[in-house]
Design a protein around this ligand. Structure first.
Ligand code: TXA
Ligand code: MG
Length: 349
């Protein structure tokens, strides 16, 4: 077990922050909360320390990391130039869940960028993260604090479950506000281009950058080809619980699919279901009466932001319940569901 220190999410105890900063200054790894998900932090300008992140996650070198900063001035020190789009988006969203891909400055180690000539930067909107960056006095490299290909952690307990002793310290400030990762935007060209749908909505981005480009299908297809990918960390198969994830179309099909999965899967396979619609809830209740209920049933809210906040915890619950086949009811195709839809596609890939 790593050391887990409780810390107030709004007014972090300076003594706790100082302890965590000392672990980082000694070259250790500290998992810390952000408004999106928990990050696995190391000092981002120290190649050897960044290498420990890759080892702890089992992440392939070549998958670039985000450098977390305490604001735009620190971010500018990491960029060889600061595009107009970066200024506009940073002003509108920072601190907040938008990550900007900008041209890399020499000071940024190749280990951070996976050899790319760009670097991703973001100022998180979380008092603990900002206090930690300020205490260390330099940017923190931090991917989501989970084992490679696994689910991003939205609580300190998830971090411990996914990484165990591979992290030196975990700051526990309770569940994350968004529960889904930041929106990644490449601002090196005009118009800027979304590389990963995330906690900041497309609508909010377009209010600042009306012509911002986003192509969900291109991202998924491009992910099949390692070399062609714009964002090398975006593996098609990603964000997945241990179970095989099956997206289920029609709302009322969930109960039937559950019964079928149980009947067709190898003996003693455990089936789980994640549903949100009233229809699916009713169907699950009926299935329970007829003895076809799944081994785990998770009911999530029908509103996109609330659903996103709870989804990864549901995946961790499915792991805990040793679910083999996880049926997930498809979500609406409306724009506000973009990040959730993206993560479900990847989990089922
Ligand atoms: O919300 C988040 O972004 C969380 C918290 C901890 O900040 N972090 C996170 O990091 O999700 P990670 O490493 O799990 O995902 C980073 C994403 C990957 O898809 C990666 O490919 C992309 O950012 N990325 C990083 N640097 C990049 C670069 N130079 N060019 C293109 N994409 C980049
Ligand atoms: Mg990740």
């Amino acid at each position: 077990m790593p050391r887990v220190l409780a810390v107030d999410p709004l007014q972090p105890d300076p003594a706790v922050i100082a302890e965590a900063a000392a672990v980082l200054a000694r070259g250790g790894l500290v998992a810390f909360p952000t408004e999106t998900v928990y990050g696995l932090g190391a000092r981002g300008l120290h190649e050897g320390e960044v290498a420990k992140i890759f080892a702890a996650k089992g992440r392939p070198v070549g998958h670039p990391l985000i450098l977390h900063v305490d604001g735009e001035p620190m971010a500018r020190t990491l960029a060889s130039s600061w595009p107009e789009g970066a200024s506009r988006l940073a002003r509108a969203f920072w601190p907040g869940p938008v990550t900007l891909v900008v041209p890399r400055a020499e000071v940024v180690p190749h280990a951070v960028t996976g050899g790319l000539d760009s670097v991703a930067v973001r100022a998180p909107k979380h008092a603990v993260a900002l206090a930690l960056i300020s205490a260390v006095g330099e940017p923190l490299a931090a991917p989501s604090a989970n084992a490679h290909m696994h689910v991003s952690p939205t609580t300190a307990a998830h971090v411990v479950r996914s990484l165990g002793d591979r992290v030196d310290m975990v700051l526990d400030a309770g569940p994350c506000a968004h529960g889904i990762e930041s929106t990644v935007v490449d601002v090196r060209e005009d118009p800027p281009r979304v590389l990963r749908a995330g906690a900041a909505s497309l609508e909010a981005l377009r209010a600042v950058e009306p012509r911002v480009a986003y192509d969900a299908t291109a991202l998924t297809l491009a992910s099949a080809n390692e070399a062609a990918r714009a964002s090398p960390g975006l593996a098609a198969k990603h964000y997945a619980p241990r179970a095989r994830v099956v997206l289920v179309d029609a709302r009322t099909d969930v109960a039937r699919a559950s019964a079928e999965a149980k009947a067709s899967a190898p003996a003693r396979s455990r089936v789980g279901a994640i549903v949100w619609s009233d229809e699916a809830r009713a169907a699950m209740a009926a299935a329970r009466e007829s003895g076809a209920a799944p081994d785990l049933l998770v009911l999530l809210p029908g509103e996109a932001e609330a659903y996103a906040r709870a989804l990864f915890a549901a995946f961790y619950d499915a792991d805990d319940a040793k679910i083999d086949v996880l049926l997930v009811e498809r979500v609406p195709e409306a724009p506000e569901w973009w990040a959730v839809a993206d993560r479900l596609r990847r989990a089922a890939a």
